[in-house]
Design a protein around this ligand. Structure first.
Ligand code: PMP
Length: 361
């Protein structure tokens, strides 16, 4: 009766059709330093043992009791306090979607500082909630007075604080965070502490902030070394988790992912060792970047460094031509003009990145 164009105009959301999909850069043949992955594989013996474990998983069954084991193992790993519960997402991306659905009361407003993780705004938009972004200061600190003014004026339902932040790597001032949490508490807003980069940071929110009933802690196994496994988790008061869990698609975490995550938690020492190497590499890399004329790196508590260069577009292309893929975040926000985000990797890849950068400035 209609052609595809007419069908789409009638039955697909117009706002979705004007949106851009989450950008994923093609990385074939390049040193991949664009998405904060851990560069290390497991040692051979562990890789073998993991293969044997995965080989025994019953793929004919839907995920069941083993998910409870994973929830318990993650709760122990994160030192989940009494009175709290945990739910799992297919990556923390899915948890952001669940939160956006759960808090979408009539006239819902979601708020985060900007620049920050793009999915907070994108997911709000997809749910039809209004998103309010509050600019960080020029050195990527939280702008306390602006945040408090925005909370008072906009009365958000949901506030995201990435701690450390992406793409800036900043670990914001705890006193300002406490003020934001207090202001959110007064109006009955939820505050999500997104601790995706917690393995690389000198402090975290648990158990300091979880004592507030309206604070939720979101984490992921991605940056730890399991980006391909897609396990994110959310810890909050039991009553909140019960409701948010109703928005979780059934069987959202597969049996292979569950088993791989359990295996990783049994060998958590290996991953902690890798994270320690990356933290040390981050400090070395920061010093090297600081020594380069024209390059201004910003201090980071994540496994990435944001650096301002004279011409980010040209430097990005030059590095790509030399086989190194990073992320040019310049267009994301005016505060990020001429900024590149570089994933911290092992010594060898960091050296390749530096030489490509020097040649491309
Ligand atoms: N939060 C932050 C701050 C991130 O940077 C990312 C990924 N880049 C995520 C959440 C999502 O991670 P994942 O879905 O892999 O758990």
């Amino acid at each position: 009766m209609t052609n595809l164009k007419q069908l789409m105009a009638r039955s697909l959301r117009a706002d979705v059709q004007t949106m851009k999909a989450y950008p994923i850069q093609s990385s074939a043949g390049l040193v991949k330093l664009d998405t904060m992955e851990n560069p290390f594989r497991l040692p051979e013996a562990l890789q073998q043992a993991l293969g044997e474990r995965l080989g025994k998983v019953a793929l004919n069954r839907y995920p069941a009791e083993r998910l409870n084991d994973l929830r318990a193992a993650l709760a122990a790993h994160a030192q989940m306090p009494e009175g709290c519960d945990i739910t799992l997402g297919n990556g923390s991306d899915e948890i952001i979607t669940m939160l956006s659905m759960a808090c979408n009361v009539p006239g819902a407003v979601y708020l985060s500082p900007l620049p920050s993780f793009v999915m907070y705004a994108m997911s709000a938009q997809l749910q039809g909630a209004r998103f309010v972004g509050v600019p960080l200061t020029a050195d990527f600190e939280l702008d306390g007075p602006a945040m408090l003014a925005a909370i008072a004026a906009e009365k958000p339902n949901l506030i995201y604080l990435a701690y450390p932040n992406n793409p800036t790597g900043s670990l914001w001032d705890d006193a300002v965070i406490e003020q934001i949490i207090a202001a959110a508490g007064e109006i009955g807003a939820l505050v999500v502490m997104d601790e995706a980069y917690q393995p690389f940071a000198e402090r975290d929110s648990m158990p300091r902030l979880i004592r507030h009933e309206h604070v939720l802690i979101m984490r992921t196994m991605s940056k730890f070394g399991l980006a391909g496994v897609r396990i994110g988790y959310l810890i909050a008061r039991k009553a909140l988790i019960t409701e948010i869990d109703k928005l979780r698609p059934p069987f959202n975490v597969g049996v292979l992912n569950t088993e791989a995550a359990l295996f990783a938690l049994e060998h958590v020492g290996e991953y902690s060792r890798q994270a320690a190497i990356l933290r040390a590499q981050r400090e070395l890399l920061f010093a090297e970047l600081q020594a380069l004329p024209g390059v201004h790196p910003f201090p980071s508590q994540g496994n990435m460094i944001l650096a301002r260069v004279p011409d980010a577009a040209a430097t990005f292309e030059g590095m790509k031509a030399r086989g190194v893929l990073i992320k040019n975040v310049s267009a994301m926000h005016p505060l990020l003009a001429n900024c590149l985000r570089i994933t911290v990797s092992n010594a060898q890849e960091n050296a390749m990145m530096l030489s490509a950068l020097k040649a491309s400035l």
